[in-house]
Design a protein around this ligand. Structure first.
Ligand code: SF4
Length: 392
């Protein structure tokens, strides 16, 4: 079971873990040529002995239920272990079996996942659970090929679930594994395909799940991107970087990604009714970034566009009447995996128009209860509440 820790939970991403690191890398001379059976055997023995003695006691360790193993694998992608643990427990309290999950709604799974980020993942888990229920009688399929055909299951997840849950002798290569193997086979600079081949050749056929988890555990706890703890590492005797005296620094996939910077205007429309204030929200499309979550209406700003004019356009498109001048809330920045967004929120007291609009009014005090908001929208909501309390 993986224990990686590379990204913050309030970001969103759609790729299978580790995919982005493979782009554009040149393959070097074959690292497989130096991996003799004796070397492979030594690596397995040292690694598994260390894992048996030092693995962290985590709630999914020793789990036998393939569904629960699968949930942990999906949850841990791009998420710190300490962040994932309470979510994992909550998820299993609410959806203890695959049947329970398959019967849930999008809103229910998003509510349990709320705050963990990467919101396409619980929705894909739900889709896949329904497929497993309908096509496999509620039991996860046991072959790599069938696992790969499930929604949201890429090579990493299939390898992890296949090896841990079903004992398939297959590799599971994530960023941690990639970093460990790159350093072990330094200075050969194995590219992504060679890393995959090395991981396949190394996996212990007798304990494939433990082997994969051990390699990830080394990457997560010892072979860290910066300042690896080589003196405690079970692979130090076989490690090319350690022998060569210079450990290559990892280039984090996050740093290597191209990040697009955008600005968006946000309309925090507030309707002060007799029964109390209400905010207007709209739902994001089911697919894509933050799919299915709710947000204040808004729009991306073109180059040089005036945020206030853009807010007026959003107001008009929704058929609302601004009853007074809008109040600009402090701009705030939020980083997603591939985007950095600078939001320009405007608090605007409005009267709803007569037409039906594709948005929903929610009482100010019931927003968190009724809707799932992304992290940045929650921050905007806080700013709006503070402004209302001040009587802005
Ligand atoms: S010896 Fe050091 S560089 Fe090599 S795998 Fe272990 S922690 Fe990483």
């Amino acid at each position: 079971m993986s224990t990686r820790s590379s990204e913050r939970g309030n970001q969103d991403v759609v790729e299978e873990k580790g995919d982005s690191a493979s782009a554009g890398h040149e393959e070097g001379p074959s690292a497989l040529s130096v991996l003799t059976p004796a070397v492979a055997d030594r690596i397995r023995r040292h690694l598994l002995r260390w894992y048996d003695a030092h693995r962290r006691p985590l709630p999914w360790r020793g789990e036998q239920d393939p569904y629960r193993i699968w949930v942990a694998e999906v949850m841990l992608q791009q998420t710190r272990v300490e962040t994932a643990v309470p979510y994992y427990r909550r998820w299993l309290e609410r959806f203890p079996t695959l049947e329970d999950l398959a019967a849930a709604s999008d809103e229910e799974v998003l509510k349990i996942w709320e705050g963990l980020g990467y919101y396409s993942r619980p929705l894909r888990l739900l889709q896949a659970a329904r497929v497993v229920k309908e096509s496999y009688g509620g039991e996860l399929p046991r072959s790599l090929e069938e696992l790969r055909r499930l929604p949201g299951v890429g090579p990493y997840t299939a390898g992890a679930v296949g090896s841990i849950a079903f004992g398939l002798p297959v590799a599971a290569v994530d960023g941690n594994v990639r970093r460990v193997l790159t350093r072990c086979f330094h200075p050969l600079s194995p590219g992504p395909r060679q890393i995959e081949a090395l991981a396949r050749a190394l996996v212990d056929p007798r304990r494939p799940g433990d082997f994969n988890q051990a390699l990830m555990e080394v990457g997560s706890t010892l072979c860290r991107p910066r300042a690896p703890f080589c003196t405690a590492c079970p692979l130090s005797g076989a490690c090319g970087a350690r022998r060569g005296g210079g450990v290559p620094q990892a280039v984090s996939p996050a740093a290597a990604r191209r990040v697009r910077k955008v600005e968006e205007v946000v309309l925090v429309a507030v309707w002060e009714r007799a029964g109390g204030a209400a905010f207007l929200f709209r739902r994001r499309p089911a697919r894509g970034l933050l799919g299915g979550l709710w947000e204040f209406p808004g729009a991306e700003l073109g180059a040089g566009a005036d945020p206030l004019s853009a807010a007026e356009a959003v107001l008009g498109a929704l058929g609302l009447n601004g009853s007074a001048s809008p109040f600009p809330l402090p701009p705030l920045a939020h980083a997603f995996t591939h985007r950095k967004v600078l939001y320009h929120p405007f608090l605007w007291r409005v009267l709803p128009g007569s037409e039906e609009i594709p948005a929903r009014w929610v009482e100010e005090g019931r927003v968190e209860e009724e809707l799932i908001l992304p992290a940045a929208q929650k921050r905007i909501l806080s700013l709006a509440r503070e402004a209302l309390v001040r009587g802005t």
